[in-house]
Write a protein that binds this ligand. Structure first.
Ligand code: 6PG
Length: 254
């Protein structure tokens, strides 16, 4: 169960991004104060662009050298591809802040072998978090990296990161990062698994716009069998925070 579960509704998308930027910086300052560094996994898609641009504009002087940026998921494309989450983050944030290149952990999604890209990224996580080098088949699930913050979005089908309904990655309990075949998109995605998401000290979902209202009602107030992927994000020892604007929250009843 999450330590805390809260929903914040802001009037507009701009207000949402301001509140999310403040929460990002609050958790960053707390982590840097406590352990000298802030390990955060960014979400992709379009919504978080507003947050990343605001961080670049208002917090360019932040101690980015103490921040270590990862990606909760990535499309199976090169970093120059318009669909690349890395490209979106690079353009909206990385080109505008003084973060050391070695603090940014990019998914090597240009590798034509998606499973190899996922395995490579898992090795990067294991090394950074000083976990044992690899899980061998039959191993008990090992320890999992504890991110200080993981940002997530909500897809129209209830997916989050690249954990899509009816996809094989939903059942992964040992690996940190997997290549997930998404049938409806006819493509692989590289994604964190639920054990990593649910080990985070804090997960912050952001959802904006009327097109998210129906699914948000289903996710936050409905009972889907099986549960939707975004309903399965329940940090076992961390905070779960939903940052919404009024348009996205319009169908919530409480
Ligand atoms: C991705 C994201 C994905 C996203 C949702 C919502 O790689 O696309 O990780 O999970 O967060 O699809 O996307 P929007 O914010 O663009 O609506």
């Amino acid at each position: 169960m999450p330590s805390t579960r809260s929903i914040e509704v802001l009037a507009t998308a701009a207000d949402l991004f301001h509140a999310a930027a403040e929460e990002f910086v609050r958790t960053a300052r707390a982590a840097i104060g406590a352990q000298g560094r802030f390990a955060v996994a960014l979400s992709g898609g379009s919504t978080p662009k507003g947050l990343y641009s605001l961080l670049a504009a208002n917090y360019a002087e932040f101690a980015w050298n103490r921040v270590f940026l990862f990606f909760g998921d990535e499309r199976h494309v090169p970093p120059t591809d318009p669909d690349s989450n890395y490209r979106m983050v690079h353009e909206s944030l990385l080109t505008k802040i003084a973060i050391p290149a070695e603090n940014v952990f990019r998914v090597p999604a240009e590798n034509p072998d998606a499973a190899a890209a996922a395995s490579d990224y898992e090795t990067q996580l294991r090394r950074f978090f000083e976990l044992r080098p690899e899980i061998r088949p039959g191993d008990r699930p090992g320890e999992f990296p504890r991110f200080d913050l993981i940002l997530l979005g909500l897809g129209p089908d209830g997916h989050t990161a690249s954990l899509f309904p009816d996809s094989s990655a939903l059942d992964e309990q040992s690996r940190l990062v997997v290549a997930n075949w998404v049938a409806k998109l006819s493509t692989f995605r590289i994604t964190f698994t639920f054990p990593v998401l649910n080990r985070a000290a804090e997960v912050m979902f952001m959802a904006s716009g009327a097109d998210k209202a129906g699914m948000l009602h289903q996710v936050l107030e409905g009972k889907s069998i099986p549960p939707l992927p975004s309903q399965r994000v329940q940090p076992s020892d961390g905070n779960l925070l939903w940052m919404l604007d009024e348009a996205a929250a319009a169908k919530l009843t409480r």
